[in-house]
Design a protein around this ligand. Structure first.
Ligand code: FES
Length: 125
């Protein structure tokens, strides 16, 4: 048995992309949605309060390609994309998915914009 530093159980990739003011394109961090500017910090704070920040690693990313559904975050492993985030939704996701092990299905992105992935081996030329 190896007693090394344990790897994280989960990564939470939170999209932190913000469109410049006046840009019509939606973005996950927006001046029109003040709460959206606080969500990454909120995630880190809740993980810290619950004592699980060591095994759950929150990561700030740029655009994850689902801007219309923002604010979004991707939970790995599992490839679970959560959309339309608020603090309340984050509370439930951390309690029920990250700690409880059950995906919060009602906050997951719709299949119509999150179809099955295409294997790179099927596309590579
Ligand atoms: S801006 Fe967040 S997914 Fe594109």
């Amino acid at each position: 048995m190896v007693n090394g530093v344990p790897q994280p159980a989960f990564y939470i990739f939170k999209c932190q992309q913000s469109a410049p003011p006046g840009m019509p394109k939606p973005s996950c961090v927006s001046q029109n949605n003040p709460e959206s500017q606080t969500l990454f910090q909120y995630i880190a704070q809740v993980l810290m309060q619950k004592g699980i920040i060591g095994t759950v690693q929150p990561i700030q990313t740029s655009c994850l390609g689902r801007c219309q559904q923002g604010p979004v975050m991707l939970v790995e492993p599992g490839h679970t994309m959560y959309v339309g985030l608020t603090k309340e939704k984050i509370d439930r996701i951390i309690d029920e998915h990250i700690i409880g092990g059950n995906v919060v299905a009602e906050y997951v992105i719709g299949d119509e914009v999150w179809g099955e992935p295409i294997a790179p081996s099927a596309m590579a030329r």
